[in-house]
Design a protein. Structure first.
Length: 406
């Protein structure tokens, strides 16, 4: 189908941009010797898992459903050319899972479908030991503990800071025994959010200082996610050098990174139509068929103003002089009943008209996995852009809303 055939709202994922990001990430793997995993919590569009599996070493899940999705969909079909599907041999990359706590009935299946399981406490490790230990001793499963370095590198977004005071994520140094429990061969920390290489280096130095005795007891380490490797200005060569240094110093068999955003950064858009214009006392307010609360929750959670093609966030315009730039302020809002369902205020050359289509940027990551049907709002279509062609991957309807409720 063509762009003109698309309905709004729709998430559009650009396969070419995904591939560009993957090329960068594969370059890091090849140069540093590390392994990079797709963090499914940020991007779970399994239609293109086979493409991602051509470049990355596996996935990391935040629970049993993501782990099952990776087990079923994230693989490369080896020797598939010219063969019927029944003869295709799927090669399955690594499948990691971390959750602050696991239910006993989940652990058996996780041990069967995962290659690595991370525990958030010694209590959880020991509670589930009778289930995971036979798999570990048979060489089918690797076990790690998540630590809390208590070293925060973030400012202004405590909700996304695993090292914030009172955090439930990771084991603090004071809670660890003198030596790692039997069967634990890896350590994991995840402390970053949309950050460059220096915060990672600083965090690892803190880990060396406070957890150094344990680094000689493990054979692999996971340095978590939040690495904006594919973002403009990220020093990839410095990252590669740091990872090579860590490997040489400690002799780790494997070093893992698990970015989610870096895989699909700037690879998605959300298109929405203008349904109405409300003249409020300060500026025109456009009612769209897309919602911050339903279709881009991070806009309200962070909060932030998403990029909008052909417009500038009004706060940036106002700082530089406002109206003399020829831009007028326009508020973009949703048609839900939530008074605060505001996407943002933008400076535009002119007020859009009813029926116009607006395009928001960087909507592949987190938006699709966190959306919801509050107020009975329809979920956007999911579309894959391949060159000039558009594939309708998924269209949601009333039954998708109804089926969630009873």
């Amino acid at each position: 189908m063509k762009y003109t055939d698309l309905k709004t709202p729709s998430y559009i994922v650009d396969e070419e941009k995904i591939r560009e990001n993957l090329e960068i990430l594969k370059g890091v793997q090849d140069s540093s010797g590390c392994k990079i995993l797709l963090a499914e919590k940020a991007f779970s569009m399994f239609r293109i898992y086979p493409l991602i599996a051509e470049y990355l070493s596996g996935t990391t899940a935040s629970g049993i459903y993501e782990a099952k999705l990776a087990h079923e969909e994230f693989h490369v079909n080896a020797g598939s050319e010219g063969k019927p599907e029944t003869e295709v041999n799927p090669t399955r990359p690594e499948n990691h899972v971390f959750e602050p706590a696991y239910k006993p009935e989940e652990m058996q299946e996780l041990c069967r479908i995962c290659t690595h399981i991370y525990f958030n406490s010694i209590a959880q490790l020991e509670l589930h030991r009778p289930i995971w230990e036979p798999y570990q001793k048979a060489g089918k499963l690797k076990i790690a503990l998540r630590i809390n370095p208590e070293f925060s590198t973030q400012e202004g977004h405590e909700i996304y800071d695993p090292c914030s005071p009172g955090s439930r994520l990771g084991i603090r140094r004071s809670q660890l025994p003198a030596h790692l429990p039997e069967g634990v061969t890896g350590l994991h920390f995840h402390t970053l959010c949309e950050q460059k290489e220096q915060p990672l280096i600083d965090t690892f130095r803190s880990v060396e200082e406070n957890f150094g005795s344990y680094l000689s007891e493990i054979s692999w380490i996971n340095l978590g996610g939040g690495h904006h490797i594919t973002a403009e200005g990220y020093d990839v060569e410095r990252l590669n050098g740091f990872l090579r240094e860590v490997r040489e110093r400690y002799g780790f068999e494997d070093i893992y990174l698990e970015p989610g955003e870096a895989v699909a950064l700037n690879a998605g858009t959300l298109i929405a139509s203008v349904l109405d214009i409300v003249e409020t006392e300060d500026m025109p307010t456009l009612i769209l068929d897309a919602s911050a609360a339903c279709h881009m929750p991070d806009v309200l959670e962070m909060p932030y103003t998403p990029p909008l093609f052909g417009a500038v966030p009004w706060a940036d315009v106002a700082e530089d002089g406002g109206p003399e730039k020829g831009l007028v302020p326009v508020r973009l809002a949703a048609r839900t009943c939530l008074a605060g369902d505001i996407i943002g205020i933008y400076g535009m050359p002119a007020v859009p008209k009813v029926g116009d289509i607006l395009t928001f940027g960087d909507m592949a990551i987190y938006s699709m996995v966190k959306n919801n049907t509050f107020n009975g709002m329809a979920l956007p279509d999911i579309v894959l852009k391949q060159g000039e062609e558009y594939e309708l991957v998924k269209r949601f309807g009333y039954q998708d809303f109804k089926g969630r409720l009873s």
